[in-house]
Ligand binder design. Structure first.
Ligand code: MLT
Ligand code: ZN
Length: 447
């Protein structure tokens, strides 16, 4: 193919791969049941200069580009849908600066989120966004998806930490938005628009991130409740007693059973198992314990050492893989409802699953109402796409959203109209057209 020849002539050979295994492994993320085609070529640039060359060739041959990080996304956001150049940022993985005076990190997109968190911590600073895959996902991918995680309840999502971005428009024109700036209201907020764009508007090569002081104290608190409503009421009571947990994560009985089986560990019984993370001071543990007991909690346990806290969090982090291990097929959606609707939503969602002979369950982010609603096939009845639609529609009807952290990608694009009017979608398409008139960036995603 001519464009591959042009790429070969312009770039060092170590930058480019057409190995069939690489073409296939770099053609998708972790979305289950989602089709993809092999990439035509995968490029691993290590500098802005190489990115510029790739964009010039993409334009000259009108060949699309699919930017990607570690491929840990869950909606097919970097899946290949036709001939294209896959642009993997894993080699642009330098933490360029930890600016202590301004409390800003400047990083390349391929930096692993957990590595940045660790380095920031060694300076007494904290980068809160913590997707479940933080030991392997990249900051670039987090920016593309506006990733969240458990700490989003208190600290917010990736967008709240991005103070600046540099990179290129699709035609190779460089851009620099924001910088080491804590306040900036000049013009339309292009910087925010670039976060959560799912690789469809621009190519980002440098990211400025706000860091905050590392909490002085940290404890993880586990409790089991008989139902979600009790857990929600306990969280509400904690917040009005001046205790604001950094995270409040829940999982239902099926998740607890799946983790028990998969990891072979003891997890207390209960229909709503909750992990709270506290990072105020030790006295908050007593307040939270009282509030939880008042709301019917049992098997309360508090971990203070890093090791004990990690053991509690391992339960939560293992839910997804444990559910995969116990099912024939699985679909996972990250709907959002107002937090006090978690119980009512899950009761109605489970009933919908029952009607179709499959298991519906939920776990996730109690504090912000972001539920990972999963459909499991454990018997002969298959998972029907119509059930996904019913579960997403239910969330929207209850005042919620079809995605809280995983994005639209391929898997949710047919449901965009559940949330947006034709006019809203026309505005979004006009934005896409303004940034990428030839439709070369990450085709087939969002719309
Ligand atoms: C999580 O919260 O664990 C992640 O968003 C991934 C998921 O399980 O859906
Ligand atoms: Zn999540």
């Amino acid at each position: 193919m001519d464009f591959i020849h042009a790429l070969r002539s312009a770039l060092p050979s170590s930058t480019l791969s057409v190995d069939s295994e690489i073409l296939s492994s770099h053609a998708h993320d972790t979305a289950l049941g989602q089709d993809y085609l092999p990439a035509s070529v995968v490029i691993f640039p290590s500098s802005d200069a190489e990115v510029t060359i790739i964009l010039e060739i993409s334009n000259r041959f009108s060949i699309p580009i699919v930017p990607r990080g570690a491929g840990t996304g869950m909606t097919g956001g970097c899946n290949v849908v036709g001939p294209c150049i896959v642009l993997s940022f894993v080699r642009m993985n330098r933490i360029l600066e930890i600016d202590l005076a301004n409390r800003i990190a400047v990083v390349e997109p391929g930096v692993i989120t957990g590595d940045l968190q660790e380095l920031a911590r060694s300076h007494g600073l904290y980068y809160p966004p913590d997707p479940a895959s933080s030991d392997r996902c990249t900051i670039g991918g987090n920016v593309a998806e506006n990733a969240g995680g458990p700490s989003a309840f208190k600290y917010g999502v990736t967008r709240q930490y991005v103070t600046g971005l540099s990179g290129f428009y699709v035609d190779g024109t460089p851009f620099h938005l924001g910088g080491k700036l804590y306040k900036n209201v000049a013009g339309y907020d292009l910087l925010s628009l670039m976060v959560g764009q799912e690789g469809t508007l621009s190519v980002i090569t440098k990211i400025y991130l706000r860091l905050i002081p590392y909490p002085r104290f940290r404890a993880t608190f586990r409790a089991s409740f008989s139902n979600y409503d009790q857990a929600i009421a306990a969280l509400q009571a904690a917040c009005t007693s001046s205790v604001y947990p950094a995270a409040a994560e829940f999982m239902d009985r099926t998740c607890v059973d799946a983790v028990r089986l998969h990891l072979g560990i003891e997890v207390p019984d209960g229909d709503a198992f909750v992990l709270f993370q506290l990072d105020g001071d030790q006295s908050e543990c007593d307040v939270l314990r009282d509030v939880c007991l008042t709301h019917g909690a049992h098997d309360i346990e508090i971990a203070l050492s890093d090791e004990d806290q990690d053991a509690f969090w391992k339960i939560r982090r293992s839910v997804s893989e444990s559910l995969t291990a116990m099912s024939i097929a699985k679909r996972s959606h990250d709907i959002v409802v107002p937090p006090d609707q978690i119980g009512p939503y899950l009761r109605r969602a489970k009933a919908l699953g029952k009607q179709e002979g499959v298991t519906v369950l939920g776990y996730g982010h109690l504090g912000d109402g972001n539920i990972h609603v999963n459909i499991l096939q454990t018997g002969p009845a298959p998972i029907l796409e119509s059930l996904t639609e019913k579960l997403l529609r239910l969330a929207v009807d209850m005042g919620g959203s079809i995605t809280g952290e995983h994005g639209i990608g391929l898997t949710k694009k047919k449901y965009l109209n559940l949330m947006f009017s034709d006019r809203d979608i026309a505005c979004m398409k006009a934005i896409k057209e303004a940034f990428d008139p030839k439709g070369l960036l990450n085709p087939g995603k969002i719309f």
